[in-house]
Design a protein around this ligand. Structure first.
Ligand code: ZN
Length: 203
């Protein structure tokens, strides 16, 4: 399975990193080895001094598909989740400056947190979901999926032009504003519609 991640999908986050607003979605992949194993802490890698949390709504693909029209995209997922796209921001900035790929900053072991899954049917409109991240019991990221530049069904249409989607693939739909550095000893908790989706200790 693969993790397909969308960058720059919330205006306020694009502004906080002083990035350009893209005309097409920014896409990158993480390998399955990036998934943080259940109940394990997140260890800050020794090659970074500035790892950021990026809380993101996740979509789990349940059918094989290619060239999926956005009208039919809703048939390709029935579970929504919440996770973290951990990013070594210092390394990413260097790679961006040189126009190099971001994998070393984004796809290292443990860089993808995947929390619980919730049936789409038990949720309100997927484009109107509240979600937030708490760091040491303080809210650091707080947003709603209505703020996405590209909605979930548009992301599926766009991504499936390039990559065949397979059962179990996970889409990270981009982070809202409020990203910040994590430090050893931090506790990160994610909530979707007020339900706790994950709890991670940083070491
Ligand atoms: Zn991200």
């Amino acid at each position: 399975m693969k993790l397909i991640c969308i960058g720059r999908n919330y205006v306020a986050h694009i502004e906080e990193l002083k990035n350009e607003r893209p005309t097409d979605p920014v896409i990158f992949l993480k390998p399955d080895t990036a998934i943080l194993l259940k109940k394990q802490p997140f260890f800050i890698p020794d090659f970074s001094n500035d790892v950021h949390h990026e809380v993101e709504v996740l979509v789990r693909i349940n059918r094989v598909g290619k060239y999926i029209d956005k009208k039919f995209a809703h048939k390709y997922y029935d579970e929504i989740g919440l996770g973290i796209d951990f990013t070594a921001r210092d390394l990413q900035s260097k790679l961006k400056e040189k126009g190099l790929p971001w994998e070393k900053a984004k796809s290292f072991d443990g860089a993808a947190v995947i929390g619980k899954w919730i049936s789409k049917d038990s949720l309100p409109d997927v484009q109107n979901l509240n979600f937030r991240l708490e760091k040491n019991d303080e809210i650091v990221q707080d947003a709603n999926t209505s703020l996405m530049l590209w909605q979930i069904d548009e992301i599926i249409e766009y991504v499936s032009k390039y990559f065949t989607l397979k059962i179990g693939d996970v889409i990270f739909t981009g982070t809202p504003a409020g990203v910040s550095k994590v430090s050893a000893g931090d506790k990160l908790k994610g909530y979707l519609e007020n339900k706790e989706m994950f709890s991670i200790n940083v070491k």
